[in-house]
Design a protein around this ligand. Structure first.
Ligand code: LLP
Length: 412
């Protein structure tokens, strides 16, 4: 019997319907424990990247566990506020901040803002008229990590970060402004990075930048090295999860060595994991709508697809799929497909030969960037998200109704 934290998949599907995203909080907590174990001895601060998955209930859980929260929009900020986060626990991100975003920082609704560009810094400077705003400057460490091009944010060919040619101007703007306070530097390499050395090299590059800013008279108290800690998403695939203890210890040691060599104070290090906290804790339950034995392949059409899980279509992501009725059995090769009016394949799977319409399937490792990227394409309602823990279950996000789906139509 397939179960999560002592609750059977069948019970969850019957109670909440399908497609259903199940978040196992015991798995989340184990991931948090692993990060805390790696970070606490070195004083490394952890701020969870809400974009991976967030709801008010989930944010409350993270707050209770003592994590900071990275928000990248006023929508995520609202969730953080409703969950009870104080501004000091929040960092505002975003690659193209709107006036509303900048106003939120200027009004002190977040503890710090990671500014990603010289134009944005000028706009923030204009907005910051009343109170102190702590600023992290987002740079590009130049480290091109080996990952999917869509999620690579370091290296020369990306929109991210303040360009080195603008660093002196950025420093001058902050130094001259009465309300802007330089808190330090930030850079994020990308996502799904399995190379521990890449993290250390990335941190060293930030220390080099801190030395340049020290030359402009600005001391970096903090160096926030972003997220991107890789997790295995497909069983048997050649994705070796990072050794977190070793990755963090190496990063911290090399940061300190570099800072000492350059004669600057050692910055406090921060990390921003998203996927590595929540990916493995998530499973999507689908109900089989039809088996279609076509000429070359057998398709298993489920009651969701690219609308609730766009990662296979966008990134070619693959997730292990198990049959809930007979979890161990794997007899025939099939292609899982969604119910959208196009080839919305969710990937290959091996499933029991007697699979039939009405059966439940469990797609693993869908906790990160799955619900948070879901859409209403085809006017499908978005699924419910349920949390499980200690044999109990409760809703994080209820299933959308058809009324929700047409809520914003002006002529309703
Ligand atoms: N910090 C910053 C500034 C970020 O932009 C991100 C993710 C993170 C931290 C967290 O990275 P993580 O630890 O989750 O890898 N939708 C894509 C992933 C986009 C990541 C965007 N930024 C996917 O589904 O693979």
């Amino acid at each position: 019997v397939l179960e999560f934290a002592g609750v059977s998949a069948a019970t969850l599907a019957e109670t909440y319907g399908t497609p259903l995203v199940v978040i196992d909080l015991e798995v989340v907590d184990a991931a948090i424990d692993a990060f805390v174990h790696a970070c606490a001895p070195h004083g490394v601060e952890i701020s969870y990247a809400a974009k991976a998955f967030v709801s008010i209930g989930f944010a409350r859980h993270l707050l209770a566990r003592g994590l900071g929260l990275d928000v990248c929009s006023t929508g995520e900020l609202l969730i953080a506020q409703r969950a009870g986060y104080a501004p000091s626990g929040l960092t505002l991100h975003g690659a193209g901040k709107t006036d509303d975003d900048l106003r939120a920082a200027a009004q002190g609704l977040v503890g710090r803002i990671a500014v990603d560009g010289i134009d944005e810094l000028r706009r923030l400077a204009a907005a910051a008229r009343a109170q102190r705003v702590d600023v992290l400057l987002r740079l590009n460490s130049g480290v091109e990590a080996r990952t999917h091009a869509f999620v690579r944010t370091g290296g020369d060919d990306t929109k991210f970060g303040i360009h080195p040619r603008d660093e002196a101007d950025a420093a001058a703007i902050i130094a001259a402004h009465p309300h802007l306070r330089f808190a330090g530097l930030h850079a994020h390499m990308g996502s799904q990075i399995y190379d521990s050395q890449a993290f250390a090299g990335h941190a060293e590059a930030l220390v080099d930048a801190a030395a340049r800013f020290a030359g402009y008279g600005l001391m970096s108290e903090q160096a926030v090295v972003g997220g991107g800690f890789g997790v295995a998403t497909q069983r048997g695939a050649d994705e070796r999860p990072l050794d977190l203890d070793e990755t963090i210890a190496t990063l911290v040691r090399r940061t300190a060595q570099r800072a000492q060599a350059l004669g600057i104070p050692v910055p406090r290090i921060g990390i921003e994991p998203g996927r590595a906290i929540v990916a493995a804790a998530g499973t999507t339950l689908y109900r089989v709508q039809a088996l279609k034995r076509q000429t070359t392949r057998t398709f298993v059409v489920v009651d969701g697809g690219m609308t609730d899980n766009p990662r296979p279509a966008i990134y070619g992501a693959r997730h292990h799929v198990a049959s809930v009725r007979r979890p161990g059995a794997a007899d025939i090769d099939v292609t899982i497909s969604g119910r959208s009016c196009e080839n919305d394949e969710l990937g290959p799977a091996r499933l029991p030969h007697d699979l039939q319409a009405g059966d439940l399937l469990a797609m693993e490792t869908t906790g990160a960037y799955t619900f948070s990227m879901a859409s209403n394409y085809n006017r499908f309602p978005r699924p419910a998200v349920v949390a499980v823990e200690g044999g109990k279950h409760r809703l994080f996000i209820r299933r959308e109704t058809l009324d929700d789906v047409i809520r914003t139509d002006a002529d309703g």
